[in-house]
Design a protein around this ligand. Sequence first.
Ligand code: PTT
Length: 612
Amino acid sequence: MFGWGGHILRIDLSRRRYVVQSLDPSLAQNYIGGRGFAIKTLWDELPPGIDPLSPLNKLILAVGPLTALPIPNSGKLLVAAKSPLTGGYGDGNIGSWLAVHMRRADLDMIIIEGRAEKPTYLYIENKGEEFRVDFNNADDLWGLDSFTTEDRLKKVHGSDVGMVLIGPAGERLVRFATIVAQKGRSGGRPGIGAVMGSKNLKAVVMRGHGDIKVADPMLRKIGVDAIVATKSKPGYPFWMRQGTTSTVEWAQEASVLPTYNYSEGQFDDYEKIGGFSVEKNKITTKSCPQCVMACGHVVKDAENEPAELDYENIAMLGSNLGIGDLAKVAHLNRIADMMGMDTISLGSSLGFAMEASEKGLLKEGIEWGDYKRAVDVAMDIALQRTELGRLLGKGVRAASMELGQEATEFAMHVKGLEISAYDCHAAPGMALAFSTSPIGAHHKDAWLISWEVQRGRFDYTKDKVEKLVEMQNIRGGLFETIVTCRFPWVEVGLELDWYFRLFKAATGMDMNMDILSTINNRIYTLIRAFWVREYGHWDRAYDTPPVKWFKRPLSRGPLKGAKLDYDGYQRMLSWYYELRGWDERGIPRKDTLRRLDLDFVISQLGSKVNLN
Ligand code: PTT
């Protein structure tokens, strides 16, 4: 079988044992890799209803058939588990040399089970098909920030290894702790870092040996041509100057820049934190392995230390908190990277706390724009050292429920995952994208907003829903399963056909939009079944955005007065369910499950809810 390594490494931390298993070819064919492998494994192997922080949860590290090949931006890794933040399926796509080493060693997936008795880190190496896994003592790493941990591990193992690790937030089970790589890559927004922490696992370090086998030796030529094509796109030079950070100016213009906990769509000081300011202050860029479009723009922070910025980080730690100073925003970003916390959820939690303080709901509050206090509270969360830090470390959904009904009205999340940096008062399509994303309110599965702003933002029309499904099929079905970065396609317009050609050259198998839609429908439907199974019920309220966007209109700017229309939104949601073959509650229909070869879901799901 070309394109896949053909092996799964299963590691049991409780028993300090491991086993190498063969990859079932039908898994490769029907689920491709990455997210597909992750959800099939979690569905098959997790006992329903488990506590995500118990040893029964499984941490999945998965690559795909295009990962690490000599093609544009291929050094990516899918990390997944049952999420302690949402209680449903959670994943993230992180750039890491670990992905490259897994491919060299012919590993498609690492499944980590159980819980180590004491802080541990894993060292993995292969010699052909022989694997060695060391369970190393991590007592002296526990408590260290992610940057220092990486330095220490490289000192021991050399710098030619791949690794993923957690910071203090993951150790302390902050529900939005992430997995960190390369001092600034951060993945697994729904608390995958906390799952790693709950297993007493500080890091996974790997050195893989071998070549990646592909079906057609022409792959290298096609890959190089794709790199040349990427670099020749008209948008490429500007991208290299500002990366995603130019989105600040675009979002301001479009009135979708999250401001004051998503109350407004414009921020007076946007220029100070925008793409041009980043470009002017940039000292270097950082990227994932095998990348030709570096997206991490590094500036000096308020403490004169380097910090890596992207659009989401700037908006969530800047405008959303009323902080209009790039160096200060960068410092908050650096804290998140070192502590191993998601910047989006951190920004949303701080924004939530600022609004709760304004309303007098917190004893020890925090004012809008108060940078010093924001730094303290960010550390309180990471180290779980104060009452407020412990409250916010649960995520805004849980925190708002503790504060009472009034607070739930400004808790900005969907299914418990804090929302990426787009205000949706005047973007119903994007609101639907957030609400139907398979992990909660993340933009990665459908960044509909730029298309929507051009298309006409105030409509609640079926074509928006169709476009959303098309985008989800491409992003979720292709990039999260072949496991490469989507930026060449989405940011500079590298045609999808390149990926279909590369897929054929790697695996010998055909790929096109029809195949992709079927595979993504299968994966989306299985993920939805997982959520329903884990919640034990389902309701369309879970697929509905926060009430603030329906109830409290924008109070200023060119779109003053704009808010979402509830009936219009629900109409779009029904069309969405129809297109996916799910019923009016958002639960997959039996005939859909059969059509997608998901018959094995029916009896388990049927024992939780009535299936139509
Ligand atoms: C992603 C999410 C994003 S999405 C951003 S900025 W973005 C935030 N970055 C964080 C950060 O940095 N530090 C931190 N402590 N927390 C952060 N949280 C936020 O995490 C990321 C890039 C980006 S940067 C994006 S859009 C693209 N995402 C891809 C994706 O999802 N799939 C895919 N096939 N390709 C992608 N390419 C791009 O990769 P999550 P990364 Mg990330 C400092 O992981 O969980 O998906 O969260 O992994 O290696 O940092 O790459 O404007």
